[in-house]
Design a protein around this ligand. Structure first.
Ligand code: SF4
Length: 449
C-alpha cells in the first residue's frame, strides 16, 4: 500500500536540513507520496527507513527499456492519468509485426519499407520504433533466421513473439543482446519464459486471459521468479475490452498504487480489428489510452504518419510548448530586396508559416521573435509578441544589415500593433499580412509586389 506524506515524514530524519532541495522533511515526504521526488535525494535516510519507504518511492509504473544505445525507447514511469495534470513522460513505441514465414524477399522488402519510413513534424523527426518478429511458422530455426535477417539490417528495438520458449531462445541467440522484449508468458508457460528472458537479458510480456485478477497473480509469480522488466498484455482484443482493461490497469497502478499491475502495457492493434481501417482506429485508441507499445499488423505510410502525429501531440509537455530558435530564417535564397515577414517561435506557427513561404517559391526572410513558444494571438494577449519585442528582434538579429528596404510584414491577427511598431521602428513601413499562413503565397505574389 502507498504511504501518505505524513507516514513517510515519520520515517525521515526530521532535521529539516534542506539538502534534498525541499525546505522541510515534511515537504519532501509529501513530494515522495506524490511520486514527484526521489528518495535518493535525502542522504540521511536510515537503511531501515529506506526499506519501508521503497514501496512509496518506487514509480507506480515500472520503467522498461527496449533496445541498445543506438536506438532505444523507454516505456512506463508515468505518474498521471491525464496529460493536463502534468505530462506524459515516455511516448508509446509504435512497431510493426513481421511474420517469420514470409518469403525472404518479401520480408526484406517489408522491413526496408518500415525502416525507411521517416517524416517530420514541427521540426521533429518521426519514425517507427522497431519490429515485432512473429514466430508464425512455429519453427525455431525459421524464427532464428528471421531474427538474424532483421538484425543484419537494423539495431532498432525488436519484440520476439512466440509461445514456444525454445523458439524464443533460438531467436534471442541471434538478436544481438539489444534488450529485446519477448513473450508472451502465460499461465501455461511462464516458468520457461522467465528462464529464457532472464538468460537472454530480455523483458517479458505477461499475457492475461481478460481477467485482471488472474493477470495480477501471474505478474506476481513472474516477478517472484526474478523477472522485473514486465510488460502487460491483459488479453482483451476488442476496442471496448482494450479501452476498459487499459484504463483499469492505469488507474489501479496510479490511483491505488497496485504494484502487481504497475507495468507498461502492450497492444496488438491488428488483433482488435477486422480491417486495416479498424486496425488504425484501434492503434489510435491505444496510443491515447494507455498503451506503452502498439504493434501494428500492417505498415502503411499514411497510417504511420497519422499515428505518430497523434503520439507527438499526446506526449508533448503541455507546459512546455515546442519552440524554434529566434532568429532570421532564409527561404528560397532571399536577396536584400526580398520581403521580410515576422512571427513567433511557437513551432507549429513557425512550420506553418515556413511551409507556406517555402511553397510559394518566392525568396523571403522570416524573422522569428522570442515569444516563449506561444502562437501569435496567445503571445500577443500575454504581451510576448508586441511592438517592443519585434523591434528588439530586428536589432538583435541585424536585420538592417541583411535587407535593403525598411518594410516588415506582421501577421494579420496583430494588425493593432502596427502603430506602436512604427514608433519602435521609425522610418519603417509596417505592412499587415494575412491572418492565416495559407494565404501567405498569394500575399507575396499579389500584395507585396
Ligand atoms: Fe529532511 Fe533528508 Fe530533506 Fe534533510 S535531506 S530536509 S533530512 S528529507
Amino acid at each position: 500500500m502507498a504511504l501518505t506524506g505524513l507516514e513517510i515524514y515519520k520515517l525521515l530524519p526530521k532535521t529539516n536540513c534542506r539538502e534534498c532541495g525541499f525546505p522541510t522533511c515534511l515537504a519532501f515526504g509529501m513530494k515522495l507520496a506524490a511520486k514527484q521526488a526521489d528518495l535518493s535525494a535525502c542522504p540521511y535516510v536510515s537503511e531501515e527507513a529506506k526499506q519501508a519507504l521503497e514501496a512509496a518511492s518506487a514509480p507506480p509504473i515500472r520503467l522498461v527499456t527496449l533496445g541498445g544505445d543506438d536506438h532505444k525507447f523507454e516505456v512506463g514511469n508515468e505518474t498521471v492519468l491525464f496529460r493536463h495534470e502534468k505530462t506524459f513522460f515516455h511516448q508509446a513505441g509504435v512497431m510493426v509485426r513481421l511474420p517469420d514465414n514470409l518469403p525472404a524477399d518479401e520480408r526484406n522488402a517489408k522491413l526496408d519499407e518500415i525502416l525507411a519510413f521517416k517524416t517530420e513534424r514541427v521540426g521533429i523527426d518521426l519514425f517507427l520504433d522497431g519490429v515485432a518478429i512473429d514466430n508464425a511458422s512455429g519453427d525455431a530455426n525459421t524464427f532464428a533466421e528471421a531474427v538474424a535477417a532483421v538484425r543484419a539490417k537494423t539495431n532498432r528495438p525488436v519484440i520476439l513473439l512466440s509461445s514456444n520458449p525454445q523458439a524464443l531462445a533460438a531467436g534471442l541467440a541471434k538478436e544481438g543482446g539489444l534488450s529485446p522484449l519477448i513473450g508472451p508468458a502465460t499461465e501455461e508457460n511462464w516458468q520457461d519464459m522467465v528462464k529464457v528472458a532472464k538468460d537472454g537479458g530480455a523483458s517479458l510480456i505477461v499475457k492475461g486471459n481478460g481477467a485482471l485478477t488472474a493477470l495480477a497473480n501471474l505478474a506476481e509469480q513472474v516477478k517472484a521468479a526474478g523477472m522485473e522488466d514486465i510488460v502487460l498484455d491483459p488479453g482483451g482484443r476488442t476496442l471496448t475490452e482494450t479501452l476498459t482493461q487499459f484504463t483499469q490497469l492505469r488507474r489501479l497502478a496510479l490511483k491505488k498504487n497496485f504494484r502487481p499491475l504497475g507495468y507498461p502495457i502492450i497492444a496488438f492493434a491488428g488483433e482488435a480489428a477486422d480491417s486495416f481501417e479498424e486496425e488504425v482506429v484501434a492503434a489510435a485508441q491505444c496510443i491515447a489510452k494507455y498503451a506503452s507499445i502498439v504493434v501494428l499488423d500492417h505498415f502503411d505510410p499514411a497510417a504511420a504518419y497519422v499515428l505518430l502525429t497523434e503520439r507527438l501531440n499526446i506526449y508533448t509537455d503541455p507546459q512546455k510548448p515546442i519552440q524554434v530558435s529566434p532568429g532570421v530564417y532564409e527561404f528560397n535564397s532571399p536577396k536584400p530586396e526580398s520581403p521580410l515577414l515576422v512571427t513567433t517561435n511557437f513551432s507549429l506557427t513557425y512550420f506553418s508559416v515556413a511551409g507556406e513561404v517555402e511553397a510559394s517559391g518566392l525568396p523571403a526572410w522570416l524573422l522569428i521573435t522570442d515569444a516563449e513558444g506561444m502562437s501569435v494571438l496567445t503571445a500577443w494577449a500575454a504581451g510576448k509578441f508586441d511592438a517592443e519585442r519585434i523591434a528588439k528582434a530586428v536589432k538583435t538579429f541585424d536585420v538592417p544589415d541583411k535587407i535593403s528596404h525598411q518594410k516588415i510584414v506582421i501577421p494579420g491577427f496583430v494588425s493593432t500593433i502596427s502603430g506602436e511598431l512604427e514608433e519602435e521602428l521609425p522610418g519603417w513601413d509596417i505592412r499587415v499580412g494575412p491572418r492565416e499562413s495559407v494565404d501567405i503565397p498569394s500575399y507575396l505574389k499579389n500584395v507585396w509586389k
